[in-house]
Design a protein around this ligand. Structure first.
Ligand code: CU1
Length: 530
């Protein structure tokens, strides 16, 4: 029997409003959370490849000392775009894609709260990405101030910087609207009986993340707008000659930037919590403490921003405050790692690809956390600021953190999305190659940084050669390994073996109990203009 929603009796696929659009128009006009989630995920993967090509260009230049393939200006444009594209084009859209697909199913809602805003949130992304990438081809090229767009350099550069500013504004609009949608969906559309402390961890972590996004994306928008008015409208926010202060930009940027690193990784905490529980065949250990730990991390993330700025000349009292505040975050993070391990303790463990990526996440993200503790110490950071040690540190949190948890989520939910199983053997090969090549790329960068190699410089002293060559070979290995992932996904979608309703034979979450028909077009469930 077909369920009818009161007031929406004429919402069948072939109702009185004509046929739903097909082909390209279906994707352009869709309001269905699964369609939109799918678009987010493919967009994210495309950006992952674009940002990855830029990373490989950077690593190619760094294979040897001296200048080989890039002018210094181009090199800096590559680091800028690689960072912006990976953060705003690849990782954030990937997790908004997972949110679209899974949050309605995990809370028992029919769809996201605002279907059309959801559509718009997605379709803002391709123009923003186009602006970023095509900024390479304008006179002067893309912004070369690094992804942090520090003033005064960003005030002085060519029009590629204006395109970057506009792109950041659009990306901010997209993620703010996405967050409004996620918060409204979670707070209003939960199935009866699902109170907040019964929600799956992925839902909880996204609820917290969405508040972070709404709090800090406007701060970034403000920062780049001030750059824009300094560039074109005669203000001097960051121009010392006009009475401004370039360090002010760093304060505003990092007030956004530090919470942003948690925006990138907190939904991954949710994924790992659910995957570890499913593959341990046990409920998550310490559910409530997990929620409170995540919320504590989010709150603390607003009070530590100047740990990125120990060397700007702040007073020792300021350094001490930001040092201890930063170290405080290790406590809720430790609670989470403890809970994941306690969940596995005496569980009935199995090690399929999603679990492998989650375990890789826990181990490597913890390493990134430890190098973060090292960098948090002001006297140590003075030595490490702007060296490859920092690059190594944040790639352990961004790649082994956010990216590995995104891989874990993809393999975990792929049978739910497609009705098919992926190739498990190939998935495991993808994991092990990714793990080995990731460490080959980034572990050696700790040594480079400790030895004093600066970041964002295309040339280096001879003694850094060997570690750089190891890193570059690792990066190409890592990049090529991702083609296995792409191949596995495509063959799964095109008809891998049929997936059982609960493929993981364990503590799968609520979403696995709900029927998951192929995405239908929900155009006609929306009010239409008469
Ligand atoms: Cu930070």
């Amino acid at each position: 029997m077909e369920a009818t929603v009161p007031g929406h009796a004429d919402t069948h696929a072939h109702g009185h409003h004509g046929h739903p659009p097909s082909g390209l128009m279906r994707w352009v006009t869709t309001t269905n959370h699964k369609d939109i989630g799918t678009m987010y995920l493919w967009f994210s993967f495309a950006m992952f490849l674009v940002g990855g090509m830029m990373a490989l260009t950077i690593r190619s230049e760094l294979f040897q000392p001296g200048l080989q393939i890039l002018e210094p200006e181009r090199f800096n444009q590559m680091t800028t775009l690689h960072g912006l594209i990976m953060v705003f084009g690849a990782i954030m859209p990937a997790f908004v894609g997972f949110a679209n697909w899974m949050i309605p199913m995990q809370i028992g809602a029919a769809d996201m709260a605002f279907g059309r805003m959801n559509n718009w949130s997605f379709w803002l992304l391709p123009p923003a990405a186009t602006l970023l990438v095509t900024s390479l081809f304008v006179p002067g090229g893309a912004a070369a101030a690094g992804w942090t767009l520090y003033a005064p350099l960003s005030v002085q550069q060519g029009m590629g910087m204006d395109m970057t500013i506009f792109a950041v504004h659009i990306l901010g609009m997209s993620s703010i609207m996405g967050s409004i949608n996620i918060i409204t969906t979670i707070l209003n559309l939960r199935a009866p009986g699902m109170n907040l402390m019964k929600m799956p961890l992925f839902v909880w972590t996204w609820l917290i993340t969405a508040f972070l996004i709404i709090a800090v994306m406007p701060v970034l928008a403000g920062a780049v707008t001030m750059i824009l008015t300094d560039r074109h409208f005669g203000t001097s926010f960051f121009n010392a000659a006009g009475g401004g202060d370039p360090v002010l930009f760093q304060h505003v940027f990092w007030f956004f930037g530090h919470p942003e690193v948690y925006i990138v990784v907190i939904p991954g905490f949710g994924v790992v919590s659910q995957v570890v529980s499913a593959f341990s065949r046990k409920p998550l250990f310490g559910y409530a403490s997990m929620v409170y730990a995540t919320a504590s991390i989010a709150v603390l993330s607003f009070f530590v921003w100047a740990h990125h700025m120990y060397t700007v000349g702040m007073p020792v009292g300021g350094q001490l405050y930001f040092m201890y505040a930063t170290m405080l975050i290790a406590i809720p993070t430790g609670v989470k790692v403890f809970n994941w391990i306690a969940t596995m303790w005496r569980g009935s463990l199995s090690f399929e690809t999603p679990m492998l990526f989650s375990l890789g996440f826990i181990f490597l993200f913890t390493m990134g956390g430890f190098s973060g503790l090292v960098l948090a110490m002001a006297p140590v950071d003075v030595q490490m600021q702007d060296t490859y040690y920092v690059v190594a540190h944040f790639h352990y949190t961004m790649v082994a953190g956010a990216l590995f948890s995104a891989f874990s989520a993809t393999y975990y939910w792929l049978p739910k999305w497609t009705g098919h199983m992926y190739n498990e053997k190939l998935g495991k090969v993808h994991f092990w190659l990714s793990l080995i090549f990731f460490n080959m790329t980034f572990f050696v960068q700790h040594f480079l940084g400790l030895a004093g190699m600066p970041r964002r410089i295309p040339d280096y002293a001879l003694q850094f050669t060997e570690f750089n060559q190891i890193s570059t070979i690792g990066a190409f290995g890592f990049g090529l390994s991702q083609l296995l992932f792409l191949y596995n996904i495509i063959t799964c979608i095109k008809g891998g073996p049929k997936a059982p309703a609960k493929p993981w034979d364990g503590a799968e979450g609520l979403e696995w109990d709900l029927p998951s028909p192929a995405p239908y077009h929900s155009w006609e469930t929306q009010p239409t203009v008469k």
